[in-house]
Design a protein around this ligand. Structure first.
Ligand code: ZN
Ligand code: ZN
Length: 296
């Protein structure tokens, strides 16, 4: 476990904020846009980086990168999930060393192949898969899970995996929460969930390093402007919100609802039993932002 105070807290890190989506499909798997069109959509929408994550294949996107737009090699891997009896879905970003995944790989082998090549593995859409934190307890080395997956929200109302994340945080230690579109270009899922990474190194390796260290927050739109633990309290500043929640282990934590004017800040006085804290911000359209957890 890192003792670096910026671990999981981009607000204490240096660098610029970079908006990116790391889960999208192209015609190289079951997406309806070509790789070039899929990446162009994100660039034109104002994103700073994007990864295509086609099923079982790393799509080469290097030709679509430019000085102000970074592409990162990605993949979504599948194989038998011994816990659920179905197929696992493991998203990977910063993939090097293989161009295709193999459905004979166990979940742990898939994670290890990604991390051996310097990438990060993320447990995709656990709620939609019916995958509990208990199912995943034997796995090691993944960077986090998708706390929000847009296409699972749009098509099945199973996009939000905050409960699963808290189960992980209670039992397994720190793990990060990612928001993604999982765009297939058929369901209107694009542009609804992304990460804001903070890094001084605007390169594929710099983006992956920031994601690995939790130097990002996930959002559907609301902004988190600052988050720190100071003088025995969690202090957060946000864009206008109807609700700001500080979520902690078991019965701990607090949630504040706007009464009249929107909220733009919240303070949670720590009582020493929270174990971890993470912040959720909800705006008046029901869009949510999620900080990464901090140990307290
Ligand atoms: Zn999937
Ligand atoms: Zn997918």
């Amino acid at each position: 476990m890192s003792t670096d105070p910026t671990f999981g807290n981009p607000f204490l890190a240096d660098g610029a904020w970079r908006r990116g989506n790391i889960h999208a499909h192209s015609t190289n798997s079951d997406g309806a846009r070509s790789p070039a069109d899929a990446v162009r959509w994100y660039r034109d929408a104002g994103y700073d980086f994007a990864a295509l994550s086609d099923h079982r294949v790393v799509t080469d996107t290097t030709a679509f990168a430019s000085a102000d737009f970074v592409t990162v090699p990605g993949i979504e891997m599948h194989g038998p999930d011994p816990a659920t009896g179905e197929r696992y879905h493991i998203l990977a970003t910063g993939v090097h060393g293989f161009e295709r995944s193999d459905d004979t790989w166990s979940p742990q082998e898939a994670i290890d192949r990604v991390t051996d090549g310097g990438g990060i593995a993320i447990l995709a859409h656990p709620y939609w898969l019916g995958q509990s934190a208990h199912d995943m307890r034997g796995l090691r080395g993944y960077a986090g899970l998708e706390v929000f997956n847009s296409v699972c929200d749009v098509t099945r109302a199973k996009g939000f995996s905050g409960l699963t994340w808290d189960e992980h945080l209670l039992h397994d230690g720190l793990t990060w929460g990612f928001a993604t579109d999982d765009s297939h270009w058929k369901h209107g899922a694009e542009g609804r969930g992304w990460v804001m990474a903070r890094t001084a190194d605007f390169s594929p390796a710099g983006i992956v390093a920031a994601l690995r260290c939790g130097q990002f927050y996930a959002t559907m739109g609301p902004e988190i402007h600052d988050l720190r633990i100071q003088d025995g309290a969690v202090r957060v500043q946000t864009s206008p919100a109807r609700r700001i929640s500080v979520i902690a282990a078991r019965a701990r934590g607090s949630s504040r609802l706007a009464a009249g004017d929107p909220l733009t800040s919240a303070v949670h006085d720590l009582n020493g039993t929270e174990r971890y804290v993470r912040v959720e911000v909800e705006d008046d359209e029901g869009k949510v932002a999620w900080s990464n957890p901090l140990l307290v």
